[in-house]
Design a protein around this ligand. Structure first.
Ligand SMILES: *Cc1c(COP(=O)(O)O)cnc(C)c1O
Length: 381
């Protein structure tokens, strides 16, 4: 019924499978492990929380509406969601993957998927012709992040989907950086969207969660079976925290983006800064492709300083901004990708990507833009 995303973030699909007799406005937390059977061979629809729980289900239905998915499973972390998606593949399968992406996913491929007999090739998917050259008969999926982490490469989602489908492959897109408020990869042809719900979706740096959203029922059924069997589903309380965070996703995304543009422009004018990587800057490579497929540019900025000392000093002397991993929350965070998100990526691969000892990544929060800039100014001075 509700057609606008602002309304959907607050009311979900308005088709609650559980009708609370008290008409609680905030969806209740069903903090229960199990549910009584209503009769022999009869179920209330809920039997055991690992498999299904009303609070989690309400969250999953809400995220499905936001992403235009036939089904969404909420996991205990983004990595749990991505790991479950990789269980869809079999030994011998080959996957082509963006070369610049969340470090934990690179670790999953290098340490776990390979052990399970899969092979992975990494390539900059902003250049799909390079990806195409790597396709083999056993290639089953193209896995992308757009914009990518931390170098902000933008991949053309429609073209990536067309390429994947022409070769009988799936397109899997990590939509963490823009969130469903700004981008919907399923509508552009992706088959699966994964999210770290710990970032913009929950949005308050207080919960860890993940999502796998499917465009097709067949994939959705397989992911549900994997989730209930391997058990990485989201707890009722964390489901509630994410539901609470989601209500303000649109206004948070808008304001954080506004702040990010101000911060990116300030960084650009700073003589100690070498390069600013922000897809909201009109001359940044990928700006046009992003504009053709997304409704916004988000609030993730990477930048390199002219010397290592400035990078180290900035991390150690920021006051209001926290030197911490993670992103997407109300609090601005600054990280050192080389040491924090990408330490398990081999040095040569890291440096070829541009993840050097001078590169910092900033998640611009909801504080006043002037205060964020003032803090960076005093730290970089
Ligand atoms: C954080 C992150 C992940 C992993 O999610 P967790 O919730 O930390 O497990 C995956 N992809 C991207 C882009 C991320 O930023």
């Amino acid at each position: 019924m509700s057609s606008h995303i602002e309304t959907q973030c607050i009311h979900g699909n308005n088709d609650f499978s559980y009708n609370d007799p008290t008409r609680a406005v905030s969806f209740p937390i069903f903090q229960t492990a199990t549910f009584g059977h209503i009769g022999l061979g009869k179920s209330s629809g809920f039997d055991y929380t690992r498999e299904k729980n009303p609070t989690r289900q309400h969250l999953e239905e809400t995220v499905s509406v936001l992403e235009g998915a036939v089904d969404t499973v909420a996991f205990s972390s983004g990595m749990a969601a991505i790991s479950a998606v990789f269980e869809l593949f079999s030994p011998g399968n080959h996957i082509i993957c963006s070369d610049d992406l969340y470090g934990g996913v690179i670790r999953l491929f290098d340490k776990v998927a390979c052990k399970n007999g899969m092979t992975v090739d990494f390539v900059n998917t902003a250049d799909l012709s390079a990806a195409e050259k790597l396709i083999r008969p056993e290639t089953r999926a193209l896995y992308i992040e757009t914009p990518s982490n931390p170098m902000m490469h933008v991949t053309d989602i429609r073209a990536a989907a067309a390429l994947a489908h022409a070769h009988g492959m799936m397109l899997i897109a990590d939509n963490t950086f823009l969130s469903p408020y700004f981008q919907n990869p399923l509508a552009l042809g992706a088959d699966i969207v994964v999210h770290s719900g710990s970032k913009f979706i929950a949005g308050h740096n207080d919960a860890i969660a993940g999502f796998a959203c499917s465009a097709h029922q067949e994939i959705a059924d397989r992911i549900r079976l994997l989730a209930k069997t391997t058990g990485g589903t989201l707890s009722p309380f964390d489901s509630w925290l994410v539901l609470r965070g989601l209500k303000t996703l649109p206004i948070r995304m808008e304001r954080q983006q506004e702040n990010a543009l101000k911060v990116a422009n300030w960084l650009r004018s700073n003589p100690k800064v070498d390069k600013v990587y922000y897809i909201g800057l009109p001359d940044f490579p990928g700006y046009d492709v992003n504009a053709s497929q997304a409704r916004g540019t988000g609030s993730m900025i990477s930048f390199s300083t002219k010397d290592v000392e400035t990078a180290h000093k900035t991390l150690q002397t920021v006051k209001m901004i926290t030197f911490a991993e993670s992103l997407g929350g109300t609090e601005s965070l600054i990280t050192y990708p080389m040491m924090q998100t990408h330490p398990d990526v081999p040095k040569e691969r890291r440096e070829a990507l541009g993840i050097t000892d001078k590169l910092l990544r900033l998640s611009v929060g909801l504080e006043a833009a002037d205060d964020i800039i003032a803090d960076l100014a005093q730290a970089m001075e």
